[in-house]
Design a protein around this ligand. Structure first.
Ligand code: FE
Length: 347
């Protein structure tokens, strides 16, 4: 016969293993799993603020490449709840592969204007940026270059630097040229730009501005926020000199406006924590996160009324952005990649 004590012990023994699995499960905080093409340093402070506000833990898998493929391979077993991308191309890639589900949230709809959301609800933009021209203060006169089309003018022969034509940012820019000029027109343009390159495409956007500073070239193609990241760089103060050696040219101000791109989010098709994923996107589109994006990374917030970083306000607040639909740009990216090969842009 069992004594009361032994009964308790037996109960404890048999219950313990179950309790050990059950109790933590019940006490476990809600969480959300992110596949991110956006760099960790940038989103971590924003995710910390999210966890503080909601109690939901945010886990991030960060990679420059291959997250969409990974999501696809994992299928229904994927733990990912949402994908964050650094441009519209990857966003459309994940949507077009059927790896997302619609986001339905009145909070997000109120925070983000309709043109920064997918009409079918498959993605939302979180920040915007423009792809512009950085021009040598010493060697390029004001008004000498006015448009992307001008980059193909033989007067710039041997004077332009850029990263690979195959990089996502350039594919979107070339995709926009296809939308505006047709494939043939865009090919001619790209050939012209290729003929004007000072060197084989290489490095990232900042490396091109460095090359301008060093006199390798006079014009560099780059995204807007890199100007802020260089000008206020305390870790690598030489980048301050790079930024100070250039003027910013927002192309096509007399007509369609400068090429725009976005960063954005999509909820995965099989998100195990869908509600938490939507909550996170609601947070990312809200006042606090939008201001953090603007301040930390010098981007343009998509939520109207969000204050810009001082530097952005000073140098980039007054320009016309191309209103071309992001869907149109994304549609042309495959054709853009073919043009890059065809004209041997990266060779
Ligand atoms: Fe970037």
């Amino acid at each position: 016969m069992l004594t009361l004590n032994r009964l308790k012990q037996a109960a404890a023994l048999s219950v313990l293993p179950i309790a050990a699995t059950l109790v933590p499960a019940q006490a476990q905080a809600e969480e959300v799993n992110i596949y991110s093409y956006r760099q960790a340093f940038l989103i971590e402070p924003i995710l910390d603020a999210f966890t503080e506000e909601t109690g939901i833990k945010a886990n991030v898998v960060f990679a420059k490449k291959g997250l969409v493929e990974r999501l696809e391979n994992e299928g229904q077993n994927s733990k990912a709840d949402l994908v964050l991308t650094a441009d519209s191309g990857r966003l459309y890639d994940v949507v077009n592969r059927g790896l997302t589900q619609p986001i339905d949230s009145a909070v997000i709809d109120a925070n983000i204007p309709a043109h920064y959301r997918d009409p079918d609800g498959q993605w939302v933009a979180l920040t915007a940026r423009s792809r512009i021209v950085y021009a040598s203060k010493e060697r390029v006169k004001e008004g000498e270059l006015k448009t992307y089309e001008d980059l193909a003018d033989p007067k710039w022969k041997g004077r332009i630097c850029t990263r690979s034509g195959k990089h996502s940012y350039n594919l979107s820019l070339i995709g926009s040229m296809i939308a505006h000029h047709g494939e043939e027109g865009a090919e001619k343009w790209l050939e012209g730009v290729k003929a004007n390159l000072a060197r084989k495409p290489q490095g990232n956007d900042r490396a091109q501005v460095k090359a301008v500073k060093e006199g390798v070239c006079d014009l560099a193609i780059g995204n807007t926020y890199y100007f802020g990241k260089m000008l206020h760089n305390t870790k690598n103060p030489e980048q301050v000199d790079w930024a100070n050696s250039v003027n910013l040219i927002f192309p096509n101000q007399g007509d369609r406006g400068a090429h725009m791109n976005i960063t954005g989010a999509a909820v995965t098709k099989y998100a195990p924590n869908k509600e938490a994923a939507v909550k996170l996107i609601e947070f990312l589109s809200g006042a606090k996160a939008q201001e953090m994006y603007a301040q930390v990374n010098y981007e343009f917030p998509v939520r109207p009324g969000t204050p810009l970083a001082g530097l952005v306000k000073e140098h980039m607040s007054d320009f016309k952005g191309d209103q071309l639909s992001l869907a149109e740009v994304a549609k042309n990216r495959a054709a853009a990649a073919k043009l890059v090969d065809k004209v041997g842009f990266d060779n």
